[in-house]
Design a protein. Sequence first.
Length: 181
Amino acid sequence: MSSAPDGLRAGETLALVAVGANLGDRMATMRAAVEHIARLDGVRVVAQSSVYDTAPVGPPDQPRYLNAGVAVATTLDARALLHALLAVEATLGRERGSTRWTARTIDLDLVLFGECVIADGDLHVPHPRFRERAFVLMPMAEIAGQTRDPVTGERLESLLRACPGRSDAVRVGPLDPSVRA
Ligand code: A4P
Ligand code: MG
């Protein structure tokens, strides 16, 4: 992984973004997503996890995923950040069908936004299912293991220990291409 989240500047919130892909050139699309995120106004990428190859959760007839996590320091609010992430997904060719959990070129989920707990229309933070998903918790524990879930008070590394499905994941290398494997 790259360096741990650094100090926040005035007005910034630390947010954790889960990155996943299971169609096309998965690694290239995920790295392109990070480049797009780093170019967003009011967003600094402060840490990137390893990339894990993971078994699909959901409809079984879909390819395996690559999953990773990115920590950002942002002056945006949670809704603006989510909208910016959805725009990056669209730029990278994400198509949304009516069925959830189906194959996708890129998925960017806002897992945590500081200590905020939000259920407001189509915005839910923390991401409602992240505690039961090893494919989210493994990369997040790498870059922000001491960070607490504002709902349960548990640290991410502790949520990971309690989460099934870790043994299936295979680490394939760093998300940040400038970091040696
Ligand atoms: N939305 C609301 N809150 C958020 C948030 N915190 N982060 C809205 C992201 N999106 C949020 O998302 C549906 C809508 O949720 C968006 O319009 C957004 O406004 P979506 O990305 O279209 O749908 P999704 O990703 O299929 O649904 P969801 O509920 O995010 O699915 P999950 O739980 O992320 O599951 N298996 C493996 N191994 N690895 C994976 O990465 N991913 C999924 C998706 C299934 N199985 C997987 C993986
Ligand atoms: Mg999503």
